[in-house]
Ligand binder design. Structure first.
Ligand code: SAH
Ligand code: SF4
Ligand code: F3S
Length: 432
């Protein structure tokens, strides 16, 4: 008899990618196998993101596209999981009664028991203070990099952000279980691990803080590269920079979300640092690690953002010259404290500001990339180029994408390449 099949589609951040691998692991354990074809599946799970209204709409639209599959397979289970499920709770069922499962991010452990459940739909969106999915083996969907979530939830409550409401309170996994998972990943052939958390550097388990954990992971034999995302500027300390500086296998890249350059807007966002403190932190990072890649997130058009405030964002970008940035228009989210403020930057103005930061970042990314032409970089080859299957791609220590014209590099190897050109966000390399 053919085994039953599952299909999982994932939106949102890397935490969702990691959670989907946990769900896949749970399904594999009860002999379900993965399929890339939704029409073949016995269970479809759409793991959703609610961080901006656009992401939210996309997830729900996607689920509706699977409804017709129930005609040919009446036993098909359709599940809405993740942050939209958590935000929406069971309300979506009034509009979309064809959905069978609504599961929030802390309720995945029970998925195997739900496969034969008679009374549907089933909704569980309770948020846990303990659940960190310890003891479960993720079924990894990647070839080179292993996602390892080390903490869940967020207690920062930035005023615009829905994450503390969809992911609940901060909690950290034990060092022992993280080390076990990393060892398992290494023995499965993974040489790069990315430590994940909504606020990864708030990690705290017993007396172990984030720098202690970084050090422990760096010393596990076989771990060639360690990355982490996303840290909060408030929790970046000298101990963290010191450990990064001292361990070659900790990648020299920090994603340091700025959000806004104006101290007034930062205060209203509840970001806990001023423009000056952010710039000082960048200086400190560069003192420890001069070539460290620094990337960021920027929101334009937050309530009350005047042209002067926005100019402060451009000013900080010019001061730092980020290697790359994710840039967004402010989108009011339910329950957040900013949602009570008037969304007073006009749509047209938001679009113009977004274009302005995108254009500036393009120039900066190219400037940073061009500075690498002629240098030799060590890259981890992690895949085949989407544009040309004869080309391989890899990432530098600082997380820059390098395209290799020669297709003979082996995926999963770290090799030295000379950077020969830079265009857009990519670098072009030649094997040494
Ligand atoms: N925990 C991470 C990521 C949070 S979500 C962190 O703190 O860095 C990723 C990014 O989405 C945020 O950094 C922010 O730039 C953006 N974002 C979050 N809420 C938003 C909103 N309401 N409107 C627009 N962008 C938002
Ligand atoms: Fe959201 Fe702020 Fe928490 Fe990041 S730190 S997840 S932006 S509340
Ligand atoms: Fe989105 Fe949830 Fe991640 S809202 S960004 S999937 S934590």
């Amino acid at each position: 008899m053919n085994s039953k099949k599952y299909y999982i589609e994932t939106y949102g951040c890397q935490m969702n990618e990691a959670d989907s691998e946990i769900m896949a692991g749970l399904l594999e354990r009860v002999n379900y196998t993965s399929t890339y074809l939704p029409e073949e599946a016995d269970i479809i799970l759409v793991n959703t993101c609610s961080v901006r209204q656009g992401a939210d709409n996309r997830a729900i639209a996607r689920l509706s596209q699977f409804k017709h599959l129930k005609k040919q397979n009446p036993d098909l289970l359709l599940g809405l999981v993740g942050c939209v499920a958590q935000r929406d709770k069971g309300k979506i069922l009034e509009e979309k009664p064809f959905i069978d499962l609504v599961l929030g991010p802390d309720t995945y452990r029970q998925i195997p028991e739900l496969l034969n459940k008679q009374e549907l739909p089933f909704v569980d969106v309770h948020l846990s203070k303990q659940e960190v999915y310890d003891g479960l083996t993720p079924f990894r969907n990647t070839r080179v990099n292993a996602w390892v979530s080390i903490m869940r939830g967020c207690d920062k409550f930035c005023s615009y952000c829905i994450v503390p409401f969809t992911r609940g309170r901060e909690r950290s996994r034990s060092v022992k279980s993280i080390v076990e998972e990393v060892r398992q990943a290494v023995s499965g052939g993974y040489i790069e691990v990315t430590l994940l958390g909504q606020n990864v550097n708030s990690y705290c388990y017993e007396e172990n803080r984030f720098p202690d954990l970084l050090l422990t992971v760096a010393e596990i034999p076989g771990v060639k590269r360690i990355r982490f995302t996303s840290p909060h500027p408030e929790d970046v300390d000298e101990a963290m920079l010191e450990v990064m500086h001292e361990h070659e296998n900790i990648c020299k890249h920090i994603h340091l979300p700025l959000q806004a350059g104006s101290t007034k807007i930062l205060k209203s966002m509840n970001r806990t640092y001023t423009q000056e403190e952010y710039l000082n932190l960048v200086d400190k990072i560069r003192k420890y690690m001069p070539g460290c890649g620094i990337t960021t997130d920027i929101i334009v058009g937050f309530p009350g953002e005047t042209q002067d405030d926005f100019n402060d964002t451009l000013y900080v970008m010019d001061q730092v010259v980020f290697d790359n940035a994710y840039m967004f228009k402010y989108s009011p989210r339910p329950n957040t404290s900013a949602a009570k403020l008037p969304d007073d930057v006009l749509g047209k103005e938001k679009s113009e500001r977004l274009n302005a930061v995108i254009e500036k970042q393009k120039v900066h990314t190219l400037q940073k990339n061009k500075a690498l032409i002629g240098t030799v970089q060590s890259i981890l080859v992690d895949g085949v180029s989407k544009k040309d299957s004869n080309e391989k791609i890899g990432r530098t220590d600082t997380n820059k994408l390098v395209i290799l014209k020669e297709g003979n590099a082996d995926i999963g190897n770290i090799i030295n390449v000379q950077i020969i050109d830079a265009a857009g966000v990519s670098l072009f390399g030649k094997i040494q």
